[in-house]
Design a protein around this ligand. Structure first.
Ligand code: PLP
Length: 390
């Protein structure tokens, strides 16, 4: 009798929904004439200084494992970068670990912090991996729906109420936000910090898009008064440094939690890729100008996308971070999945239905503008044409 492989897959995994972004990405790949505003990935290649260092590292035969926490040169550079850019101080010896992207950092954080059935409150719409990593760690994901009327910012009242009703001891914040592009301004951050202190919360702060903040000073949650010791700061090189394929991120936080996360990391990933670590040292030493240049370019695209979406009659909240626009399509009467599928079939433009980011994302689309300006212009023209047919 052949083995019934489906029945061998753990319930937890069987019940896990596949990522909605990948679904659309797959459809787009089968359509060579489609323009993709779907995947959240810079169209830029990694700054040359980092690529060159990666090549040299390979030439020198640096092909071995590293320290589990990552090479000390990189941890030192990360420590200096966080101090220089965001004013937060971490000891590179024991308060920083290098991970396989923020993806691994998230997974390690949840597995380290959660006991079975423990709740984690997080704002939605949210990055698709948040509920998945919480569930996979045995926790219970408790979304806090944010509203366009609040600029998709989590309010202190919401956090307070969610913590009281769920009993959560951990909150997972993702600002600047994927998929809305929302940021948290100083007053909001301070109010949330006060709630975190009052309820003794551990804050996991995914700051992968913090460098991509437009027209405001970026603020790390860990930099707020009293928050450093109750925050796990997750960040990485994928977005700001255009290094998605190198698979490199880091976690900065209290030494005891880093050591606990490192226990899992040592058994599962061992270390982050060595060549990527060496390239990242160079990216931090000499890549900031490139980061600034890419941010400037995203900002121009952001303005074009927002103005084109609004002029075709789609109300669009003004994103101040990341590289996503989140227009409302509620007035068309189509669900976000119907809209995205029909747009793709009719006009060959791929966007992601807002419902993929949680229930409160219904009625919206995520349009990633990390794509070259001419393609953005063409995608907007096609979208306008599609709207005219409704
Ligand atoms: N966090 C957010 C909010 C993201 O949007 C992404 C990628 O899209 C990640 C984390 C994962 O990034 P990494 O490539 O560092 O694993």
């Amino acid at each position: 009798m052949p083995i019934d492989t489906a029945s061998r897959i753990a319930h937890r995994v069987r019940e896990l929904p596949p990522s909605p972004i990948r679904h659309f990405f797959g459809l787009v790949e089968s359509m060579p004439d489609a323009i993709s505003l779907s995947i959240g990935e810079p169209d830029f290649v990694t700054p040359w200084c980092a690529r060159e260092t990666g090549i040299f590292a390979l030439e020198k035969g640096h092909t071995h494992y590293t320290h589990n926490l990552g090479i000390i040169e990189l941890r030192r550079e990360i420590s200096q970068y966080l101090a220089r850019r965001f004013g937060v101080e971490y000891n590179p010896e024991n308060e920083i670990m290098v991970t396989v992207g923020v993806s691994e950092g998230l997974d390690l954080a949840m597995r380290t912090l959660l006991n079975d059935g423990e709740r984690v409150v997080f704002p939605q719409p949210s990055y698709v991996a948040y509920p998945a990593t919480i569930t996979m760690a045995g926790g219970v994901a408790v979304p806090m729906p944010t509203q366009e009327a609040d600029a998709f910012q989590l309010t202190a009242e919401q956090l307070d109420a969610a913590v009281l009703s769920s009993g959560a001891r951990v909150t997972l914040l993702g600002y600047p936000n994927n998929p809305t592009g929302a940021i948290l301004p100083r007053e909001r951050l301070d109010a949330l910090a006060a709630v975190a202190a009052r309820h003794d919360l551990l804050v996991v702060s995914d700051e992968i898009y913090l460098e991509l903040t437009y027209g405001r000073e970026p603020i790390s949650f860990a930099a707020l008064p009293g928050m450093r010791d109750r925050t796990l700061l997750l960040s990485g090189f994928s977005k700001a440094f255009a290094m998605t394929g190198w698979r490199l991120g880091y976690v900065a936080g209290p030494a005891e939690i880093i050591a606990a996360m490192n226990k899992i990391h040592a058994y599962t990933a061992m270390c982050a890729p060595r060549l990527a670590q060496e390239a990242a040292v160079e990216a931090l030493r000499n890549g900031q100008d490139e980061v600034d240049r890419m941010r400037e370019e995203y900002d121009q695209r952001r303005r074009v996308v927002i103005s084109r979406l609004r002029s075709m009659g789609l109300p669009c909240f003004e994103p101040e971070g990341a590289f996503y626009a989140f227009p409302s399509i509620a007035h068309t009467g189509l669900s976000s999945v119907e809209f995205a599928e029909r747009l793709l079939m009719q006009e060959r433009v791929a966007v992601v239905p807002g419902s993929g980011f949680g229930e409160c994302g219904e009625g919206y689309l995520r349009c990633c503008y990390a794509t070259a300006m001419p393609l953005i212009e063409e995608a907007m023209t096609r979208m306008q044409r599609f709207l005219n047919t409704l």
